[in-house]
Design a protein around this ligand. Sequence first.
Ligand code: HEM
Length: 358
Amino acid sequence: MASFKLLYTTLTLLALLSSSTCSLGYPGFSFGWGHGGGVGGGGGVSHPVGGQRLIGLSPGFYSHSCPQANDIVLSVLERAISKDRRLAASLLRLHFHDCFVQGCDASVLLDDHPTFASEKKSIPNKNSLRGFEVIDEIKAKLEQVCPETVSCADILALAARGSTVLTGGPNWELPLGRRDSKKASLNGSNNNIPPPNSTIQNLVSFFRRQGLNEVDLVSLSGAHTLGMARCTTFKQRLYNQNGHNQPDSTLERNYYHDLKAICPKTGGDNNISPLDLASPATFDNTYFKLIMSGKGLLTSDQVLLSGNLGEPMQLVKDFADDQTLFFNHFARSMIKMGNIRPIIDNKGEVRKNCRRVN
Ligand code: HEM
């Protein structure tokens, strides 16, 4: 087992190198967070475990067992995103909320089960996560073409990359071969997804807990170049940022007034506002430019700059100046995030339906 772990760690490191191209509670306002493969394929070194041949994550994992996998994912995504542009954002976020809770194992997709509660009910996820039907559609198509082969965890990773590419963002070589968990963790979801009113120190520690550093924090926050957030996730900034009934002083004045119209002091909790007001359906670096002008939507966005922590502050400036630099870092950090504790042995399975264990 020890040598198995060593081999796996080595493979993961190699994959990362060759591909170069977070419980702190929910402080503040009462709303806190705001809301409430089939073993096959080529590539990599294989070795026998429990009578099956298991392989570490590798980009070629399905190249023999399901070479069409990525094309199928992309074709479903293209149709879904053309009908609802926001789905690209929602799918990218699903992979993040999966990986931060017991690793990238598709636990986020499981519905309630007699022995565990669904992560879909957690404070960060409830009334918030979207895109489950798109994952179901991808899974159904893949089951027709290559039954019991492509895991739901890999579908989430492929859908996150596809959503990035289809909205104008970078592409990357994606290590595959994650297996699906047989349980979910509601507590894990409540405790490991950083809340939107986090300080910079909280954000760094949530990410560090997942083996991610400050560069990853800023790069991956750049995913907020896409999508929307509900009023309840930024209301505190408008009316009571520090417990003295005052707005967040880092909010640009006009933006603050616009946001108040969308997000009144009482009610309107489900009204939504773009995370990147300039181009919410295009993957670009305007998110960082907006932060530079005091127009980050969430506290957790603006503190990357205003939190006065050297490296994040500098990176926000660098990414605002240089989109290519941001894209390169985003791709690298997505690979790192996608490598958080994948299951590659018989503790996992390839679910036939992403909502339930087999
Ligand atoms: C750094 C810590 C982070 C915090 C505090 C945070 C928080 C949030 C919040 C509060 C929302 C709005 C949810 C709602 O209103 O229902 C949101 C949306 C979103 N987040 Fe994050 N997030 C973080 C990091 C990430 C990362 C790492 C990714 C992906 C790599 C990501 C991708 C997204 C996307 C794409 C949306 C828009 C989703 C949609 O429109 O459906 N976020 N995030």
